[in-house]
Design a protein around this ligand. Sequence first.
Ligand code: ADE
Length: 241
Amino acid sequence: MRIDILSLFPEMFTGVLETSILKKASEKGAVSYKVTDFREYADNKHKTVDDYPYGGGAGMVLKPQPIFDAVTTMTSKNETKTKPRVILMCPQGERYTQKKAEELATEDHLIFICGHYEGYDERIREHIVTDEISIGDYVLTGGELASMVVLDSVVRLLPDVLGKAASHEQDSFSTGLLEHPHYTRPADFRGMKVPDVLLSGNHAYIEEWRTKEALRRTFRRRPDLLEGYSLNEQQMEWLSE
Ligand code: ADE
């Protein structure tokens, strides 16, 4: 996968793309990142990328030209010749979910557009953007942090990025449920004990306990996730315990 990021603050990405799993993923060739300051594409002498809003009002608006030209160049440089997903990070976008991460992970090329303080000229939305994504109902100073959240959650899903041990198949949300509780040694930490079943060595019991705890945790913390989930008798009983 190729990931292009358009931002006026490329330095915000240094570190994030060069650390841990995101770095390993690019070293393994699963992904390549390019962060571009779209000011480079401004066709005016002063390299301005924003302007006053028509109709007046506070704040500046990102001009269409630098973003249109940057996206056109990135699309033409894409060797796979598949159409990129052009993602605009903004609070007005669709709320981001694991399902969307799984969908984006099947693409060859993602382009993230990150504004900072400003609004976007509507023609950017209408003519080049394929997806508008919000990472939650709050307002950040810009789309950079939000795009890092999205790309992190996508890259970890790419084939061979996570080792078997860290496999994403059991993730919260991938299974439709939140994860079950985890414990490690010691079995008794200052009087706080690990549930006996986990020390039993009986894998069938352990699996059942994990399923039950995942379901109970989801029911207590995020009952909305269980809407449309059909519970069998055994599961109903677990929830009423
Ligand atoms: N830019 C500013 N706030 C944002 C949010 N909540 N999600 C995505 N992009 C944003």
